[in-house]
Design a protein around this ligand. Structure first.
Ligand SMILES: Nc1ncnc2c1ncn2[C@@H]1O[C@H](COP(=O)(O)OP(=O)(O)O)[C@@H](O)[C@H]1O
Ligand SMILES: [Mg+2]
Length: 336
């Protein structure tokens, strides 16, 4: 089957991980496994995330994203496998790992009885920052995350975007080197989503490493240096957004003809990979390059084929997901 063929052509992440990258790894996982009863949630996860990069774990509901984050952040143990954060073993050196990370959950850790400022101060105390440093950092983060008006209020009065911003600000109180963002934009309106993207880019520009989980292909495409597509507890593909897009057949051009009696002739002459006689359309391999379009138009001229219009389709990550899993991303159901 097509999807299987693709998977077999992928380089296993373990081998890629050992290829020498100049930067040390901020996050490394080897063969992580986790089951709940007879439900195998993680079925051998390998990760290698160089310092100062954004790595996205992309997958639908129930794929195992939060479970992975929980293991990497020492909240739960793995049944098998090893994980290292900034070189520290998550099982044997959990305290050091916790000292190096910030975690922002899909369900925010924000306390609703405390004001924004008080929440930040609480985090400062948890990190033993001292009174003066706690106040200084809290004030700085309130400014940076555009929470000045909100700081004196309790989070139950906040918008969704404000809560997420406070949640991230709280995780930054400890000055983490590695940040886990578990679906930071799920449920946000488009504008708050954009704001969150800007925040994430700024964090990485400041040198931290981010593991970002998301259900949104466009988010991973926009933000991540590398993407691992997680499906049913396995990584079914890994690479940059461009590499993943290259895994699937190139783009195609969709042509709508004027005359039904030219469909067959056009399909033969252009090597169409699909035709729809009812809609008078055919699909031919091609992309948006001038050379590709010119040769297509030359061929149409040669055969005197009349075309009403044409659209160029460039593969996106939705196509990748479909090709890898055999089903469209957006039709997936939660397994909960
Ligand atoms: N504490 C738990 N007990 C039992 N099953 C769990 C638990 N946590 C997660 N699961 C199951 O593990 C699978 C993956 O969950 P999760 O890691 O939360 O996925 P995601 O974050 O990608 O939506 C789901 O089938 C979920 O029901
Ligand atoms: Mg989750």
């Amino acid at each position: 089957m097509f999807a299987l063929g693709l998977m077999l052509t992928l380089i296993p992440p373990t081998r890629r991980g050992t290829m020498s990258t100049a930067k040390p790894l901020a996050i490394e996982a080897r063969g992580l496994r986790k089951s709940y009863g007879d439900n195998t949630v993680l079925d051998g996860i390998d990760l290698a995330v160089p310092e100062g990069t954004i790595f996205s774990l992309l997958g639908p509901n129930g794929a195992g994203k939060t479970t992975t984050v929980n293991i990497l952040s020492t909240l739960i143990g793995a049944d098998a496998g090893k994980a290292f954060i900034a070189g520290h073993d998550t099982a044997r050196d959990a305290d050091r790992v916790r000292g190096a990370i910030g975690v922002t959950g899909q369900f925010a850790a924000v306390d609703n009885l405390l004001t924004g400022t008080e929440n930040l101060h609480l985090m400062g105390r948890l990190h033993h920052l001292g009174r003066k440093e706690t106040r200084r950092r809290a004030a700085e983060l309130i400014e940076q995350f555009d929470l000045v008006d909100a700081a004196r209020r309790v989070p139950s009065t906040y918008s969704g975007g404000m809560r997420r911003r406070l949640d991230i600000a709280m995780s930054l109180m400890g000055d983490p080197r590695v940040i886990f963002l578990d679906e930071p934009t799920t449920g946000l309106d488009p504008r708050s989503r954009r704001t969150m993207w800007t925040i994430i880019r700024e964090l990485v520009a400041g040198g931290v490493t981010i593991l970002l989980t998301t259900q949104y292909l466009d988010e991973a495409d926009q933000l991540a240096d590398r993407i691992a597509v997680l499906d049913g507890g396995r990584i079914v593909a890994e690479g940059s957004a461009d590499e993943l897009k290259r895994l699937i057949p190139g783009g195609h051009v969709s042509l709508r003809l004027n005359r039904a009696d030219q469909i067959e002739k056009a399909a033969n002459a252009l090597g169409a990979n699909a035709t729809d006689p009812e809609q008078l359309t055919i699909q031919v391999p091609g992309d948006s390059s001038v050379a590709s379009l010119r040769s297509l138009i030359d061929a149409l001229d040669r055969e005197s084929i009349e075309v009403a219009d044409l659209t160029v389709h460039t593969p996106d990550l939705d196509d990748v997901f479909l090709a890898l899993t055999g089903r469209p991303e957006h039709t997936q159901e939660s397994t909960r």
